[in-house]
Design a protein around this ligand. Sequence first.
Ligand code: C2E
Ligand code: MG
Ligand code: MG
Length: 722
Amino acid sequence: MTERVPAAPGSGRRPGADPVDTLAAAWADEVEGTSYVPMASDELQAHLRELAVMVVDAVLADPPRPEDGAEVGRRLVAAHFTGTATVERTLVMLTEQIPALYGPGTGPAVHAVTAALAAGYAATLRDRTLDEQEAIRRAVLVARHHTEQALHASEARFRAIFHEAAIGIGLGDMEGRILEVNPSMMRIFGHTADEFRRLRVSDLAHRDDARSVWELYERLVRGEIDNFRLEKRFYRRTGEEIVGHLTLSLVRDEEGRPAYQLAMLEDVTDRHRLQEHLAYQAYHDPLTTLANRARFTERLERVFAEAGPDSTRRVGVCFLDLDGFKTINDSLGHGVGDLMLQEVARRLENCTREGELVARSGGDEFVVLVEDSHGVDRLVTLADRLLAALSPPLPLAGQELSVGASIGVVEQAVRETNAVDLMRAADITLYTAKAEGRGRWAVHDPGRDEAETARFTLSAALPSAVAHGEFFVLYQPLVSLADHRVRGVEALVRWQHPRLGVLSPSLFIGPAEETGVIVALGRAVLEMACRDARDWYAEFGDGAPFVSVNVAPRQLHEPGLVAEVAALLDRTGLPSHRLQVELTERALTTDEGAPLKALDGLRAMGVRIAVDDFGTGYSNLSYLRKLPVDVIKLDGSFGEGLREEELSDEVDERIVGTLVSLGHALDLTVTAEGVETAAQATRLRALGCDEGQGWLFAPALPAADVADLLRRGAPLAVTTGR
Ligand code: C2E
Ligand code: MG
Ligand code: MG
């Protein structure tokens, strides 16, 4: 049997290294002392190993075999592992250890098998109790039927069972007076024998009792039925609630008339709590206590299942995602992130109404289900309410934090869609809301979704595209406006998509930033750029261009960035002053310390820092004085008004003039982006710009073309008459 359990990679065949042994040992540690088990320690170990093999086999089987999990549950009971803590710890241990030992991919199978194990365990425990009760009932009957002589012995046997039984036993007369109870019954209720004798059966009613409970009782007292079994709640003497598994039987006299009632009660409060706990856990998010994705999905699917083919029922969802949550989590720590999610959950819950289910569907995503929506208006109102609820700052960890959210709204007739399509539409619509500028909702629009789906598919394909090296870099020259000679080049990434051809960064940089893929992508671009720059340097020496690489905000947050760049320069042999990084104003003006530290680290190494798209972001320019910046790149829009010689826009001229003076006052190099005409080049030069970049000089070129350009050595775009 053990042969079928694959060993962990590299563990060989040493018995000590078999993961199933590790699992069995962990199991034994967990359950030791939680149940009274009549077994020696090594016997217990061996037994658990056998069960561990069964569990692992059931998990790794394709498809997984939950029924084997149920069998393990049965065997736990058979081996007297009946303490509540035993099964609870067993479940937690298996859920944690199996994925750790056999890979995280086993998660869903582990879930299925452990759920079956819990169910098998509970069912077996219940059956066993019923068997015990049956044995006792028979003993009472046997005692009654025996002859005079035998009566005494039989009575003694009955007494012994009565006193020692683990379950509560009580005898009452047909008027409902309690005549006798055993010690277990007294323990369960906390009453003494005398107190019991003053009680009547009807005193054991509970406010939650269904009417049918007492109807059954009446029928038994009338002699219409001989016994019944049920589970019901009782009050202990202290007022505390317990759950009991009750069997009530009628004992008849010689003539067959009802004489006594015999109650047997097992206290199943703990097991009940465990089951409730398991059920709760399966359907709730532990952090926020909201319903979880499983619960949400179940409810949504039920909406579809309940609606017949000609149902007019409509259903709606608001799919909500917090804006910028990752930044908060990364910068203020997970503790604050967790508090924020809890507070958000509370606010969302407070602003929803009857018929609306709020669930946390993962990370910083929440979803509200409206089971009967009657039109999109209700959903839009709900979305507004949700956004309004999140708008006041959240008082967390001694500070006031703001959090925004975007919402995708979908509202449809149940018979026009299904649960899967509805959620996909919600997902895409959420994405649209984000793309439209965050902090807002968007309503599902099937037409627009096609375009979004394309974008979405691109986004989903990004990680494997990076892994497969589908990206390449083009280089656009940065020329000196004084002599039009190439000083540097900007690295501009392109995606060679297997089906769609070459894609521009405007299609994928945004999604890459959102999903975090930008970190890996940026690393690949840096690597390619440094290699090419090193090759030019090897061929042209001091005449080779520096390379300017765009670095996304997210990359600056990576703690290893500086060390990575240092290692890269070392590996490629590119001198550090031949590398420049371009950052947008947004990346530079965050309040957090980490990016700034990274900047200092890069600067200290000799890498130059340029502010990209300067003038389009922040109005507060004081950051320029504080930060280690070398270059500002004026956004192409400022050069718009300078395109034509005769029609020069004075305002634009003055703006550019001011920005150039500002840059020079701070000792910065000023580069103009988007230079398309000779007139622009001339004016920008007249206004003091140092360098220019644009289609006038050259488009973005493959590395080999850059080398050709350098070999020719001619200045770019020299116009006559200058
Ligand atoms: P950017 O850094 O401002 O790059 C300049 C953009 O202007 C490039 O677009 C370039 O092709 C375009 N451009 C060049 N000359 C002219 C001109 O004369 N007129 C006009 N109208 N446009 C011109 P591209 O290559 O599509 O890149 C767009 C943006 O994508 C870049 O803007 C940059 O923000 C981003 N990007 C490109 N490569 C990377 C990268 O490797 N990493 C990161 N994080 N972002 C990148
Ligand atoms: Mg750039
Ligand atoms: Mg730019």
